[in-house]
Design a protein around this ligand. Structure first.
Ligand SMILES: [Zn+2]
Length: 69
């Protein structure tokens, strides 16, 4: 690598603000924050309980059928 033209590469340990899982990251930034990660996103966990618990799907279907009338 050429000297004095590359940005400083930092090794950061970042913490997910949702599930507190720690991730190691190599970045040129000094600070990185994440709201969701592979440890808590429903795509990776296969968990659909959040949408079920809040009833958002049912509410959407109810509103959609009301709008069709
Ligand atoms: Zn997470």
């Amino acid at each position: 690598m050429k000297k004095d033209i590359h940005p400083q590469l930092n090794k950061l340990e970042i913490e997910c603000s949702t599930c507190s899982k720690k991730h190691e990251l190599s970045t040129t930034s000094k600070e990185v924050t994440i709201d969701v990660c592979s440890g808590c996103h429903s795509f990776y966990t296969g968990d659909t309980s959040v949408a079920k618990a809040t009833g958002r799907i049912e509410r959407f279907k109810r509103r959609a059928s009301a709008a069709r009338k």
